[in-house]
Design a protein around this ligand. Sequence first.
Ligand SMILES: [Zn+2]
Ligand SMILES: [Zn+2]
Length: 271
Amino acid sequence: MASVFEMIPLCSGSSGNSILVRVLGMNILFDCGISCKRIVEALGKVGTDPTEIDAMFLSHSHSDHISGADVFVRKYFTDIYATKETMRSFLSVCKKEHSRELDHEIDGEVVFKTVKGNVTVIACKTPHDTAGSVCFKVCCAGKSIMIMTDLGHVTDEIRALAKGVDGILIESNYDYEMLITGPYDYALKRRVEGPYGHLSNEDCAQMIKELIDSGTKSFILGHLSENNNVPDLALNTVVDYLASFGLHKEKDYCLEVARRYEPSDPMVVFA
Ligand SMILES: [Zn+2]
Ligand SMILES: [Zn+2]
C-alpha cells in the first residue's frame, strides 16, 4: 500500500483544478482551485483525510488553481510550495494569516526523503499570462508523472522534461472552432489561443504523439474549457489524430478525460 505511485485528478477544468498524487505513502496536492469544503469532500471520495496531505504545490496564481488554498492551509497547516511570484500573489489574496513557516518558495526541484525512498517534484516554467507560472513533474524510483496545464505552447524546456514520462495529465483546453465562433470577446479569444494562453485540442494531440514516440503510455486530458470544448470532442480529436499515425487507443496508449467536478479514476504508475 505505502509504495503506491498514482495520480488522481480531484476536479479539472476552467472551473477549478486539483490533483492528488500519492507516492511512497506521501499525499501531495497539486493546486487547490475549488473551495476547501469541496476539496475535503473530493478527498473523502478517494479515501484520503485532509490532515494526511503532506504538501500542496501551487502552479500559478489564477483563481481556478488557488481559490481554496487559503482556507485549506489555515485549517490543516499544510506546507505550501510555490514560486516566489506565485507565493506573493497567493499571500496577497489570503483573507487571514497563516504561519509563514508553512510557506516554501521553490526554484527548480524539491526532494522529499521518505523511509521508502526519495520523491522529487520538479517545477518547470510555463508560458502563461501570469508571472511565475510552472508545471510539475514527480519522479520516484525511476518512474515519473507530469501535470502540464495552463500553457500557451510547449517550450523546449518542457518538452525535454516530459520526454519519456510514464503518465501525464495534459491540457486540452479548447476546440479552435468553438473558441472562434463562441461567446468570448475578441481580446479574450486572442488571449486563450495566444502563446501565453492555453493548449488547444490539436496542440494537445500533437504533444501526445511526441510523448508516445518517447515511450509514454498513459494520458489524461485535463483543464477543458467549459465554453469552448466538450469531453467527447477533446477525446476524439486526439484519437483521430493518433489513428492517422496508426496508433490506437487501448492497444498503443491509454487515454481518459478528467472529470470536471468529480474525482477521476487513478492513473497508477506502480502499485
Ligand atoms: Zn487554469
Ligand atoms: Zn491559468
